[in-house]
Design a protein around this ligand. Structure first.
Ligand code: T4K
Length: 359
């Protein structure tokens, strides 16, 4: 079976060398030495000023909403994983959807201003599939309307601006990442909050540990979403192989582009690098999408409909309608993407797709 992705497992010895340190210290969670070491290594690797590890990417977002004291409405994209919307709902915030740009598949920055009201407290764009949003344009709208910008950067590990090499995580007020097992860099379950604002990260650090500020001091309402030491150990071991992972995925991406017609492959944005976190293809319509999917499944290949359904159709978001997102959602498929996918497998997947197309 070829699944849409395959967790990168470092060789056991590499993981065990960190696990041995956990056994030696008898310290399993609550800001341990490996959590600190991974924080430092990720800050250095990603070239960001402040980074706080969390237990997953969803709670990272919810902690940020709380730290920024968001209220009312948050403008966001309907084309994402459900956590982008559900995290708002869990925090008592109303998602207001703005449709996506057909090329980047990200929130269309030109449509944001029209949806801002007196209740809007923030904009929550997603760098979907690791493709950078129009960060400058979004910031202009946010500044003009005095609202915060939180990037759901769950897919955007090590994405950098083409002109400066700067991390995409440095834009907006804050970015959140997911380090789930299905991500190119992972800590089993995990996530991170990144911001240039050290005070915001300090506030988030308090919030992820129940609001505890000292031995017998609690300041405000917090939650528990710290990263444990076993997750940090996995992250440290995976980070040792990050070049292999990223180079391998770039080669898979190149081969798909060689075997598949460019009409199937959504345009890449050109302002930032591609981290090859996903390989989406766009079929003519939903019927063709399902035909291709079923043909792949019949051959034990499991692509995924990332992201279907369009989030503006969720039952709990009220009546909202984003036609471009609905259209894209109905005909997109993410093909298997991971560094150890074989050339022969990429060829086989491409052949099956080609045989089902009416090009
Ligand atoms: N924002 C965005 C834009 C996101 O995409 C996500 C998560 C979040 C926020 C929230 O972050 P977290 O709270 O999750 O940290 C998966 C992931 O669970 C989820 O993290 C991810 N996005 C989403 C896009 O994909 P599913 O339901 O597709 O997972 P699942 O179990 O079907 O796994 C997908 C594939 O990954 C499998 O076919 C094979 C591979 N896999 C998976 C697991 C669990 C492995 O090889 N090993 C594994 O252990 O959601």
């Amino acid at each position: 079976m070829i699944l849409v992705t395959k967790t990168h497992l470092p060789v056991r010895k590499s993981f065990e060398k960190y696990v041995d340190r956990i056994y030696a210290s008898n310290w399993l969670t609550n800001f341990g030495q490996l959590e600190q070491e991974l924080t430092d290594k990720l800050k250095e690797f990603l070239e960001v000023d402040n980074l706080l590890l969390t237990s997953n990417g969803t709670l990272a977002m919810q902690v940020v909403y709380k730290a920024l004291c968001l209220t009312g409405e948050v403008i966001t994209t309907p084309f994402s994983f459900v956590a982008t919307t559900s995290s708002l709902d869990w925090s008592g915030l109303k998602p207001i959807f703005v449709d996506i740009d057909i090329n980047s598949l990200n929130l269309d920055s030109k449509l944001i201003a029209d949806k801002i009201t007196s209740k809007t407290s923030a904009i929550l764009p997603v760098h979907v599939f690791g493709r950078a949003c129009q960060v400058e344009e979004i910031q202009k709208v946010a500044d003009a309307n005095n609202v915060k910008v939180i990037y759901d950067a769950a897919h955007a590990f090590n994405v950098r601006m083409n002109n400066t090499g700067e991390s995409i995580l440095n834009f907006g007020d804050v970015s959140t990442l997911s380090f789930h097992a299905a991500k190119l860099f992972h800590t089993i379950e995990g996530g991170a909050i990144v911001s240039k604002d050290g005070n915001l990260i300090k506030e988030c650090r308090k919030l992820i540990n129940f609001g505890i500020t000292g031995y017998d001091q609690i300041d405000g309402g917090g939650i528990n979403c710290k990263m444990n030491e076993f997750s940090a150990a996995m992250g440290l071991a995976v980070l040792e192989n990050i070049d292999f992972i990223m180079d391998g995925r770039a080669k898979v991406d190149d081969l798909y582009r060689k075997f598949l017609p460019s009409e199937l492959i959504p345009l890449l944005v050109n302002i930032a690098s591609n981290n090859h976190s996903y390989f989406p293809i766009l079929l003519k319509d939903e019927e063709e999408c399902l035909t291709v999917r079923d043909a792949l499944i019949a051959n034990n290949i499991m692509p995924r409909r990332y992201f279907y359904p369009s989030l503006d159709t969720l039952s709990y978001v009220g009546k909202q309608f984003c036609p471009i997102s609905r259209n894209i959602s109905s005909r997109i498929l993410c093909l298997p993407m991971y560094e150890t996918l074989l050339d022969t497998q990429i060829q086989q997947i491409s052949n099956i797709i080609m045989s089902e197309l009416s090009l």
